[in-house]
Design a binder for this molecule. Structure first.
Ligand code: HAM
Length: 426
């Protein structure tokens, strides 16, 4: 970065109009879906102690090992910008002993997350998630509820081309993931030479990561291995069948993808992802993902309370809505007031009328530069106003405005105090 030209940090983007309208739309639409299911918003700090993510997300994950923005506070405490929202929610849940106040907790959050990844289309260093966490039950019905909400958020946003993928990664009982893990380590050790450096290093510590690796050698090896879903115990399989039964009952479409591993270490049992299938998304087509994390609350010092949740990436949803969305969703003014300086008092009247009508809930614009009648009419068209109120000399004298419907072209004289009712009538 040159000294005299200040720019945003690589991988961290400005969201400006008209695109910001798509963001507002997505957030509002998601909040509506979440409120309808009894979820309430939790706001946690963007910065937490590094130990929270190391213990919560997992020391051997890419996120913690390579991608966190970590720095020393003035007293030397290691802090990190949050790379995700689950660990923070669990920390807050434990810190405030929320389990004592309510048996089931349904929280959602929306905000920026930070991962120092290599930026590319759909992958940024500051990105935004809308996520939810549900605590207090390990019943498959809650997993299904959460999966159904992920589906609803994406669908209600207006995204049609997507695929919901569901699996189970098992539990920590000896005959489940630990046994599968041991089998996997043995198989991987035998073919270690074919794996990338990262996967070689992680064979012992985190063998499942090989299913997530994009290196050609690792993909070849992974194809020959028993998949995570094939290694789960009978109890986890029964739980998984339960989740499927609820989803089937609600006719929510999904594919079983037995190789889902997820990139974060806290998952147990249900794991799912939602992928965009349209051409708008490049290789970064995961719109969201999540799963169950039954040991996490305890691992972070809390009671034996189970949890399940997910997060969607707002940038990815914006991309999936396609390039026309910004124009489609741009807010339109109800009214544009035209008043020229050559009519004495017209600009003051226009200003006070705008203040009054805005107070009555209408979207009203005017041009502070003044300018000619023609240029103001043009501006009204450019901002997409539905109506124009013209305050000419005759209209002002009569306490009226000439109200023009820009969609139909019709015009009529309307008393100034009757404009709001006129515009608000269907
Ligand atoms: P995650 O799969 O790491 O899960 O992230 C969720 C979503 O965030 C991804 O599917 C993607 O849309 C978006 N995302 C992740 N990294 C980036 C990036 N660098 N640039 C743009 N978008 C990105 C979690 O974060 C879990 N905390 C979800 C969860 C909640 N699991 C249980 N509860």
């Amino acid at each position: 970065m040159s000294k005299d030209r200040l720019q945003a940090i690589r991988g961290m983007n400005d969201v400006l109009p008209p695109e910001s309208a798509v963001w507002s739309h997505l957030e509002q639409s998601a909040r509506k879906v979440l409120h309808a299911a009894g979820f309430r918003e939790a706001r946690t700090p963007i910065v937490e102690v590094t130990a929270l993510f190391a213990r919560g997300v997992g020391e051997t994950t890419d996120v913690v090992e390579k991608e966190m923005y970590t720095f020393a506070d003035r007293d030397g405490t290691s802090l990190s910008l949050r790379p995700e929202g689950t660990a923070s929610c669990v920390r807050a849940y434990v810190e405030h002993a929320v389990h004592k106040a309510e048996p089931i907790t349904r929280w959602y959050y929306a905000g920026p997350m930070y991962r120092h990844e290599r930026p590319q289309k759909g992958r940024y260093r500051q990105f935004h998630q809308i996520g939810l966490e549900a605590f207090g039950s390990d019943d498959p019905m809650l997993d299904a509820e959460v999966v159904a909400l992920l589906d609803a958020i994406v669908r209600q946003a207006g995204i049609e081309r997507y695929e919901l993928r569901l699996s189970s990664v098992g539990c920590n009982e000896a005959d489940c993931r630990p046994a599968y893990r041991a089998r996997l380590i043995a198989l991987l050790e035998a073919r270690k030479g074919e794996l990338c450096e990262d996967c070689q290093r992680r064979v012992e510590r985190n063998p499942l990561r090989v299913f997530d690796c994009k290196q050609p050698g690792c993909i070849q090896v992974a194809k020959t291995l028993p998949r995570p879903l094939e290694g789960i115990c009978a109890r986890c399989l029964q739980h998984f069948d339960g989740v499927r039964r609820y989803l089937d009952a609600a006719t929510i479409g999904y594919l079983v993808d037995s190789s889902i591993v997820r990139g974060l270490d806290y998952y147990t049992r249900t794991a799912f992802e939602i992928h965009g299938t349209g051409p708008e998304l490049g290789s970064q087509n995961a719109l969201g993902g999540g799963g169950r994390y039954d040991g996490l609350v305890e691992a972070l010092g809390g009671p034996a309370v189970t949890g399940v949740g997910f997060a969607v990436g707002v940038e990815r949803l914006v991309m999936a809505l396609g390039p026309g969305a910004a124009e489609r969703l741009a807010p339109r003014a109800d009214l544009f007031i035209v008043a020229t300086a050559d009519v004495p008092g017209a600009r003051e009247r226009a200003f006070s009328l705008a203040v009054t009508l805005r107070g009555q809930g209408l979207t009203v614009e005017l041009d502070p530069r003044g300018g000619s009648f023609k240029s103001q009419m043009k501006r009204a068209g450019n901002v997409g106003a539905r109506f124009v109120a013209i305050l000419g000399a005759e209209e002002l004298a009569a306490g009226n405005a000439a109200l023009k419907n820009l969609e139909t072209g019709t015009q009529e004289q309307v008393a100034l105090d009757a404009i709001a009712a006129k515009l608000q009538s269907p």
